[in-house]
Design a protein around this ligand. Structure first.
Ligand SMILES: Nc1ncnc2c1ncn2[C@@H]1O[C@H](COP(=O)(O)OP(=O)(O)O)[C@@H](O)[C@H]1O
Ligand code: SF4
Ligand SMILES: [Mg+2]
Length: 344
């Protein structure tokens, strides 16, 4: 478990990211704040298109060209957003590690696994001897359950699950203090998935790594994370400890998300009706209001502000404060308005 008194490894404050497109600016991340301490794992969940990957890449200083950003991301007190590209690049590998979604596209098919490791390690520690580099690489592979006999193989000679573990070994060989894992288990079978969760858990225990685990698998969050942040349309709408948020979800979106996951494995399909909004022109007020079963009049016009959950953490919903609503504000949003908004 993490030490809650330790200084955060990562502090994000009011992080915003836009993409310019011909249709207008996509506000992919719209004011996100959180802290992560050594050894702590934060699960980031939400439907596809809610800005999870953008946030993850933003924290690493790895946004594509053309993306604009604002706010602050402090890594051990230094603002990554204020650094030069070169400075931020220097943190990669030894301080910041990223595990991407699609393993094959990140490995060079023409390079042996050994060459991938040599390149990564010597970039940061140019003085290491070839033997030392090899020792480190083999140690990282061993941790991921990949036999040393495979060291000189090419990426295509591995199965999908093994390639994913290779990517993890590569991302972790320099023991970064902060790792973002973006849906590391999506394409994998259940067995490999369990192994990866195990590896991630070992990692923070052994090296005090702080981990942001992006996933749409709520079960993985329950198994592998201390805290959870629920993202919807560019904002974290609820966050807190896994135990607290999962047993007492206070945001209607969290509730629906949990219900859709649980019923997938038990009573059959239950999806949240509708889909996340277009982030070029998101709905006014609460961005979830067109889909929210509890929507009130105020929700259609005025954005809710974060309030503190009783057991810590935050929730951003008019049902939870921060002030008492007037009867007019509290009136349920009429059904026609709901379906109008749905069609829009
Ligand atoms: N490189 C990009 N250029 C333009 N828009 C992008 C880019 N990457 C993501 N987006 C848009 O940003 C929004 C958030 O996407 P993303 O961060 O991938 O969400 P998630 O990981 O939760 O699925 C989506 O509307 C997506 O289409
Ligand atoms: S603010 Fe209103 S619309 Fe948004 S989640 Fe809460 S009740 Fe639903
Ligand atoms: Mg994503």
């Amino acid at each position: 478990m993490s030490d809650m008194t330790a200084e955060p490894v990562i502090s994000a404050r009011d992080v915003r990211v836009w993409y310019g497109t011909t249709r207008g600016a996509i506000q992919a991340v719209d004011g996100v704040s959180f802290d992560l301490r050594p050894g702590e794992t934060l699960g980031l969940v939400g439907e596809s298109g809610c800005g999870k990957s953008t946030l993850g890449r933003g924290l690493m200083g790895l946004l594509p060209e053309g993306a604009k950003r604002d706010g602050e991301v402090r890594y051990r007190g230094r603002d990554i957003f204020a650094m030069s590209a070169k400075e931020a690049y220097g943190l990669r590998g030894s301080d910041l590690g990223m595990i991407f979604q699609e393993p094959l596209t990140r490995l060079n098919p023409l390079m042996r696994i050994s060459e991938h490791f040599e390149e990564t390690i010597t970039q940061h520690e140019p003085k290491l001897s070839k033997d030392e580099v090899r020792t480190r690489a083999l140690e990282a592979l061993r941790m991921m359950g990949i036999p040393p006999t495979r060291y000189r193989s090419y990426p295509h000679e591995f199965s999908g699950g093994m390639r994913q573990r290779l990517m993890i070994a590569l991302a972790l060989v320099l023991r970064p203090a902060f790792v973002v894992a973006d849906e590391p288990t999506t394409a994998l079978d259940v067995l490999v998935e369990a192994q990866i969760v195990q590896i991630l858990n070992d990692l923070r225990r052994n090296f005090d790594t702080a981990l942001l685990l992006i996933t749409h698998n709520v079960g993985i969050v329950a198994e592998a994370c201390d805290r959870v942040a629920v993202m919807y349309a560019g904002r974290i709408v609820e966050q807190g400890t896994v135990a607290d948020v999962f047993s007492d979800p206070q945001h209607p979106y969290t509730r629906e998300l949990l219900a859709s996951t649980i019923s997938l494995s038990t009573t059959g399909l239950r999806f949240i009706p509708g889909s996340p909004p277009d982030l070029v022109d998101p709905p006014a007020g609460c961005r979830f209001h067109p889909r929210c079963p509890d929507a009130m009049r105020i929700c259609a016009t005025t954005s809710p502000v974060p309030t503190t959950r009783e057991a810590g953490g935050t929730v951003e919903c008019w049902l939870r404060g921060p002030r008492d609503l007037t009867p007019a504000e509290r009136a349920p949003l009429a059904h026609e308005e709901l379906s109008d908004a749905d069609e829009a």
